[in-house]
Design a protein around this ligand. Structure first.
Ligand code: IMP
Length: 195
C-alpha cells in the first residue's frame, strides 16, 4: 500500500522523508496547495486539509500543520504561524519580544492520517525551546533561525544540519507516533522495520 504526504512545502517533505526512511516507511510526495481552515487547533487544521486531499486522491495519505507557540505572547502565533511568517516574518516576531525576558516557546506539529473514508487519526509532536535574541543560521527555513530547542546545545534549528534538526524536531516526534501506529496497524505500509 502506498502512502502519500500531501503538502505544498518541499522542506517538510525533505525532513519527513529522511525521518520515515529510518522507520522503513516509504512515502510519495503529492505536492499541492491545500485549503487551510481558520481554527485554534492545529489538529483540526491538518485534518481538514487531509480530508480535502483524500476526496481528491482517494489513497492513504497524511498532511501536517505546524505552529510556533510563544509563551510571552499567550501562544501566538500558534495556528496563525503561516500568516504571521508571511506578513511580519522572523524580524516581526523578534520585535514583538523586544525587551521580553521570557523567551519560552514550543513548536508543535499535528499530523493527520487518512487511510479510508472511515479511518482517520491525528498525532501531535512538540519540542520545547526558546526564541533567540536575533536570527541565527542559514541552514533552515521558516522560523528555524529564531528557534533554539531546549534539548540541543544552544544552537538554533537554523544553525543545524537537517539531520541534526531531525533528531530533536517537533516533526520527528509526531512522525514517531505515526510510525508506531502504522507498524502496529498497517505493517504492509512499513518495509519490515521496527519502530
Ligand atoms: P504550516 O504548517 O505550513 O501552516 O506552517 C506554519 C508556519 O510555520 C509557516 O510559516 C512555516 O514556514 C513555519 N514552519 C513550519 N514548520 C517549521 C519548521 O520545522 N521550522 C521552521 N518553521 C516552520
Amino acid at each position: 500500500m502506498k502512502l502519500f504526504f500531501v503538502s505544498s512545502n518541499s522542506h517538510k517533505f525533505q525532513e519527513i522523508q529522511l525521518i520515515l526512511r529510518e522507520y522503513h516507511i516509504p512515502i510519495s510526495f503529492y505536492q499541492t496547495e491545500l485549503p487551510e481552515i481558520q481554527s485554534e487547533s492545529i489538529e483540526k487544521i491538518a485534518l481538514f486539509s487531509a480530508k480535502t486531499a483524500f476526496s481528491e486522491i482517494n489513497q492513504p495519505l497524511f498532511t501536517e500543520d505546524t505552529g510556533l507557540f510563544v509563551e510571552a505572547l499567550n501562544g501566538f502565533p500558534g495556528p496563525y504561524s503561516s500568516y504571521v511568517f508571511k506578513t511580519i516574518g522572523n524580524r516581526g516576531v523578534l520585535h514583538l519580544l523586544d525587551g521580553e525576558s521570557n523567551r519560552t516557546a514550543v513548536f508543535k506539529t499535528a499530523i493527520a492520517l487518512i487511510i479510508s473514508n472511515t479511518e482517520s487519526m491525528t498525532f501531535l509532536g512538540e519540542t520545547k525551546g526558546k526564541i533567540a535574541l536575533s536570527e541565527r543560521g542559514t541552514k533552515g527555513w521558516g522560523y528555524d533561525p529564531i528557534f533554539i530547542p531546549l534539548e540541543g546545545d544552544g544552537r538554533t534549528y537554523g544553525e543545524m544540519k537537517i539531520e541534526e534538526k531531525n533528531q530533536l524536531s517537533h516533526r520527528r516526534k509526531a512522525l514517531q507516533l505515526l510510525s508506531k501506529f502504522l507498524s502496529n496497524q498497517y505493517p504492509h505500509i512499513t518495509q519490515g522495520g521496527s519502530v
